[in-house]
Design a protein around this ligand. Structure first.
Ligand SMILES: NC(=O)c1ccc[n+]([C@@H]2O[C@H](COP(=O)([O-])OP(=O)(O)OC[C@H]3O[C@@H](n4cnc5c(N)ncnc54)[C@H](OP(=O)(O)O)[C@@H]3O)[C@@H](O)[C@H]2O)c1
Length: 257
C-alpha cells in the first residue's frame, strides 16, 4: 500500500476559489496544513487570494481554469502526480423562472457548470487521488440537490445531477483509497451567488435573504467542508446537509418583519 504523506505535504485543489464558499474553503484548508491550489476563471482574484494565504505563512498557488473546458482541465491535471483533496465547488444558479418560461440556455449552463464541471475535474484527478493513497473528493451540491422549490427547477435539476454523481462515484470506487463527501448547504449569504442568479439585480438578490436573521456564511460552509475532510481517513461523511437555524426546508424560512 502507498505511504500516506502528512497533511502538510498534501495538495488540495479547490474549484471556484475566486469567491464565496470556495475562497473560504481554500483559506481554511490552507490553515489546516494543505497546499491549496486555487482555480476559477477570474485570475486576478485567485492570484490575490493565493498571495494573501502565502503572506499568512501557508501555501497556495493560483491556476486559471474554466471547469467546463475539458481540454484545459486535462492539461491542468498533468501538473500533479498526486492530489490529496479535490473540492468540486464551482457552480451556481441562473434565473428563478418557472418551468413554463425558463430559458433552456440557462438550464444548459447550470448543468455544464454544476455537473459536467464536477465530472471533468473528478475524472481528470481521480488517478492522482488514488495515487495519493488517501484521497478525498468533496462535492458541494445543495439542498436543491435533494428537494425542489418553485422557480428553482433548472438549478434543482442540475444539483440533483451533482448529488447523483457523488452517490454513484462512491459506489463505484469503494475499495479504492478515496472518500467521496457530499456537502449540501441550504441558504448561504455569499457576495455573488444571488447576484449571479439574478444577473446583477442587487434588489432581487437582497430579497433572498430579507428578514433572515442569520443565513449561513461562506465560512460556515468552509468549516463544515474542512471538518469532513480532516476526519480520519476511514471516516467517510457521505452527505452532510447544513442549513441556517432559520431555514427548516427550501421553502420554509423564518423571516423577521
Ligand atoms: N450560496 C448559496 O446559498 C449556496 C447554497 C447551496 C449550494 N451552493 C453552491 O456552493 C457553490 C459555491 O457557491 P457560492 O455561494 O460561493 O457562489 P459564488 O460566490 O457565486 O461562487 C461561485 C464560484 O464558482 C466559480 N465558477 C462559476 N462558473 C465556473 C466555471 N465555469 N469554471 C470555473 N469556476 C466557475 C466562480 O468563479 P469565476 O466566476 O471566477 O470562474 C466562483 O468562484 C456553488 O456550487 C453553489 O451552487 C451555494
Amino acid at each position: 500500500m502507498a505511504t500516506v504523506p502528512p497533511a502538510a505535504s498534501r495538495i488540495a485543489v479547490v474549484t471556484g476559489a475566486s469567491s464565496g464558499i470556495g475562497a473560504a474553503t481554500a483559506r481554511q484548508l490552507a490553515e489546516a496544513g494543505y497546499r491549496v491550489v486555487l482555480t476559477a476563471r477570474r485570475k486576478d482574484r485567485i492570484e490575490a487570494l493565493a498571495e494573501e494565504i502565502n503572506a499568512a505563512g501557508h501555501s497556495a498557488t493560483a491556476y486559471q481554469l474554466d471547469v467546463t473546458d475539458r481540454a484545459a482541465v486535462d492539461e491542468f491535471a498533468t501538473a500533479f502526480t498526486t492530489v490529496g483533496v479535490l473540492v468540486n465547488n464551482a457552480g451556481g444558479a441562473l434565473g428563478a423562472d418557472p418551468v413554463a418560461t425558463g430559458d433552456p440556455a440557462d438550464w444548459r449552463t447550470m448543468y455544464e457548470t454544476n455537473v459536467i464541471g464536477t465530472l471533468n475535474l473528478t475524472q481528470a484527478l481521480l488517478p492522482k487521488l488514488i495515487a495519493s493513497g488517501d484521497g478525498t473528493v468533496v462535492v458541494v451540491s445543495s439542498t436543491a440537490g435533494h428537494a425542489t422549490y418553485e422557480g428553482g427547477a433548472g438549478y434543482v435539476a442540475a444539483k440533483h445531477g451533482t448529488h447523483v454523481l457523488a452517490e454513484t462515484l462512491r459506489l463505484e470506487i469503494v475499495g479504492q483509497p478515496v472518500r467521496v463527501i457530499e456537502i449540501a448547504p441550504g441558504m448561504v449569504r455569499t457576495e455573488e451567488f444571488a447576484l449571479t442568479r439574478f444577473r446583477g439585480d442587487a434588489e432581487k438578490a437582497a430579497k433572498v435573504y430579507e428578514g433572515v436573521a442569520a443565513p449561513l456564511t461562506a465560512e460556515d460552509v468552509a468549516d463544515t467542508i474542512t471538518w469532513a475532510v480532516t476526519r480520519p481517513s476511514h471516516v467517510n461523511v457521505d452527505l452532510l446537509v447544513v442549513r441556517p437555524r432559520a431555514q427548516a426546508s427550501n421553502t420554509k424560512v423564518h423571516r423577521e418583519k
